[in-house]
Design a protein around this ligand. Structure first.
Ligand SMILES: NC(=O)c1ccc[n+]([C@@H]2O[C@H](COP(=O)([O-])OP(=O)(O)OC[C@H]3O[C@@H](n4cnc5c(N)ncnc54)[C@H](OP(=O)(O)O)[C@@H]3O)[C@@H](O)[C@H]2O)c1
Length: 317
């Protein structure tokens, strides 16, 4: 590979956008796998890193990208030519990540992917599917017949949460922020606009809320949950803060339960890997937007504004 050049999106200053640069293809080394990346996810976590607003940050300059998918070019542990997912082991956080054509990554950050899987799906399903699985089954512990309210229901985590809660036997109501997204709430959920939330609009009391947006939407939804119901809190795209009047909260008697995939990834991994086949067959759906690496600014804008529908992925093929 020596002498060959490779594109990489390089972050030089927190708060700015990474720049597309040509750099030498990295040399393979022991304990590591050289991967030709085909697709890399652009997720809120990656944007938090780009903004310098996450608890774990790389030394700069750095290549962001916590999740990618590509083909093995050289490795002691993984067969050459194999399609693999690349994530974990600090990729895109403590060390250079996946927003580049070629990556040398620790062998332990590499997982085989079934041949024929769409690389964009392979690099982007685990986090939303894992988060949705943990929220539905482990944290909110949804039971058949319960009424479940899901916010951000057209988003990546939200859309999968809707589908997994429905599979668990719940009646699901999906909340979206803008009318254009009503049609993107997966069946069989009833879709409701956040601005029109009321007990009537959601058809009565809710047993479990799974919130992916935070902010004022979370505050409004909490008021719809029955006493001794549960609220699983996943994200904060609409606002990081929730103000609680403790007297009102004790009266409402709703459990506020954090969902943290980083702490639960290992526990849910086997179940979540099983969902990849359902996503490939179309039994479960995860919408994906694809952008070329020189269109990173547009990809980031769509994710930041909430215009994006489903997963945002860089097409590096
Ligand atoms: N806790 C964990 O372990 C964990 C794991 C993965 C993800 N997350 C978090 O979960 C959240 C959802 O992730 P995701 O991948 O599903 O994101 P996504 O696909 O971008 O969906 C987020 C949704 O938030 C809604 N939204 C409301 N206000 C928004 C605003 N001001 N800007 C942008 N979006 C806004 C949008 O829907 P509407 O337009 O319908 O409002 C959008 O569909 C993120 O905060 C992410 O960081 C947490």
């Amino acid at each position: 590979m020596s002498g060959e050049m490779s594109r990489a999106l390089v972050l030089e200053e927190f708060g700015s956008l990474p720049r597309l640069m040509d750099r030498p293809v990295p040399e393979p080394r022991a304990g590591h796998t050289l991967v030709r990346m085909l697709a890399a996810q652009v997720a809120h976590l990656d944007l938090n890193v780009v903004d310098g607003a996450f608890g774990i940050l790389p030394d700069l300059p750095a290549v962001p990208g916590t999740n990618g998918c590509g083909v093995v070019l050289a490795s002691d542990s993984h067969p050459e030519g194999a399609l693999v997912r690349v994530n974990g082991k600090g990729l895109g956080l403590r060390r250079d990540g996946c927003w580049r054509d070629h990556a040398v990554v620790p062998d332990a950050a590499v997982t085989a992917v079934p041949d024929g899987t769409d690389p964009a799906l392979a690099c982007s399903f685990f986090t939303p599917a894992g988060t949705a699985w943990a929220a539905v089954h482990d944290v909110a512990a949804v039971r058949p017949g319960e009424r479940v309210l899901v916010t951000g229901a057209s988003g990546a985590v939200g859309a999968l949460t809707v589908q997994l809660a429905a599979r668990a036997g719940a009646e699901v109501i999906g909340v979206v922020g803008r009318p254009a997204k009503l049609a993107h709430v997966p069946a069989p959920a009833k879709a409701v606009l956040a601005a029109e939330l009321s007990p009537d609009a959601v058809g009565g009391q809710i047993d479990a809320l799974i919130d992916t947006v935070g902010g004022l939407v979370l505050r409004d939804c909490l008021g719809l949950v029955r006493p001794r119901g549960r609220a699983a809190l996943v994200g904060y795209t609409a606002g990081r803060e929730l103000t609680l009047d403790l007297a009102d909260w004790l009266l409402a008697d709703v459990a506020l339960l954090p969902v943290n995939l980083m702490n639960r990834g290992g526990e849910v991994a086997a179940d979540v890997e099983g969902l990849q086949a359902d996503l490939t067959s179309g039994e479960l759906t995860l919408p994906i937007e694809r952008h070329a690496p020189d269109r990173l600014a547009e990809a980031v804008r769509r994710l930041r504004t909430g215009e994006a529908i489903g997963r945002v992925v860089l097409d590096l093929s």
